[in-house]
Design a protein around this ligand. Structure first.
Ligand SMILES: Nc1ncnc2c1ncn2[C@@H]1O[C@H](COP(=O)(O)OP(=O)(O)OP(=O)(O)O)[C@@H](O)[C@H]1O
Ligand SMILES: [Mg+2]
Length: 333
């Protein structure tokens, strides 16, 4: 499922042919195998993939924390290998499993410190730092040392420190990992509101489809070290949208004998599953084309069957993701 080609001028981050093999106890581990993609300025892109897929290795390779065996990375036209220092000025990251902050400093001190080493003035940007505290719901914790915070607040502090650097490109590797449901929702809401307020380019990695669906416009699915899908979230939804409908009719005295109606439905729609209760008949059907629904509605109308409800089965992106990964690994069925 290739993504549409992007115009050169739109491309902010460009990754071509990244490969990395680790040697683990004399065994070769091909962590990433030919990863290529580009991200436009202001895009919010998700890396989605199961554990061990190669998400973190891809991010670390872009940041120069892992030296790829081959491939090129450019950020705003700057070659990251040739001009690492200049490229790093464009990027900030919160890495999975890393501390990302100083535990003996308070939240506010951490924000000032990380912004400062990136050349961002704490005096000039005080209002912006206050805004970050507000959007990440960290105001009450501003004077708390990070070591005394729960893991959710630690993670939010790390995100605030990365954003305080004001770089055009930000990587957030598994930002919701280990957070409880409420903190995860809060962080997602904060990312969405930052995205609408600022023109940042943000790459978020997660193994949780719901997180990516919630915050990103586009998803790059990585499995076994390769990109298996690069699609807009809407595009992915439409690929897996089904024509599964559930129609409930009530059995009343006006309608034609239920048995002859059911026989008619069975012959017209052999794929339909019908279940009856004393008062209702439920028809679950996967229409072969978008026009078949009219035929069924017409059959029901002629029989005088009152329609109680019509619902379309929602696309389950979690299932779609698992199916893509399963297909890629040749595990059908
Ligand atoms: N430093 C390393 N040494 C050896 N193998 C490594 C190293 N780093 C990663 N790997 C291996 O490379 C593969 C990709 O790992 P990576 O951490 O990039 O995956 P991931 O998609 O981020 O997974 P997760 O969802 O678990 O974070 C895995 O098989 C992993 O064990
Ligand atoms: Mg990872």
């Amino acid at each position: 499922m290739p993504s549409p080609p992007r115009r050169e001028s739109e491309c902010y981050l460009d990754v071509q042919g990244l490969r990395k093999t680790f040697i683990d106890k004399k065994r070769k581990v091909e962590a990433i195998k030919d990863i290529s993609f580009s991200v436009a300025e202001g895009e919010m892109v998700g890396f989605l993939g199961p554990n061990g897929a190669g998400k973190t290795t891809t991010i670390k390779s872009i940041l120069g924390l892992v030296k790829p065996d081959s491939g090129t990375v450019t950020v705003d036209g700057i070659d990251c290998a040739r001009n690492h220092r200049e490229a790093m000025k464009q990027m900030a990251a919160v890495l999975e499993g890393a501390r990302n902050t100083y535990w003996r400093l308070t939240v506010w001190e951490n924000i000032r410190f990380f912004a400062g080493i990136h050349g961002v003035s704490a005096t000039k940007e005080k209002d912006y730092f206050e805004y970050l505290l507000e959007v990440l719901k960290l105001q009450d914790k501003r004077n708390t040392e990070v070591r005394n915070l729960s893991s959710g607040y630690k993670q939010k502090t790390a995100v605030a420190c990365a954003l305080a650097k004001k770089t055009p490109l930000v990587f957030l590797d598994e930002p919701t990992l280990g957070l409880d449901v409420e903190s995860s929702y809060e962080l997602r809401a904060a990312l969405r509101s930052l995205q609408s307020e600022e023109e940042r380019t943000i790459v978020v990695s997660s193994h949780d489809m719901k997180v990516i669906q919630d915050v990103c416009d586009r998803v790059i699915i990585i499995s076994g070290g390769r990109i298996v899908t690069d699609e807009s979230i809407d595009g992915l939804l439409s690929l897996f949208r089904t024509r599964n409908y559930r129609i409930v009719i009530s059995q009343n005295t006006n309608m034609q004998h239920a048995e002859s109606l059911l026989a008619e439905i069975n012959s017209g729609f052999p794929q339909a599953e019908i279940s009856e209760t004393p008062n209702t008949i439920e028809i679950a059907v996967d229409f072969k084309n978008p026009f078949e629904i009219y035929e069924l509605i017409e059959t029901l109308r002629k029989s005088g069957a009152p329609i109680e409800s019509i619902t379309q089965e929602q696309v389950d992106l979690e299932r779609a993701f698992l199916e893509i990964v399963r297909r890629e690994n040749g595990l059908c069925g």
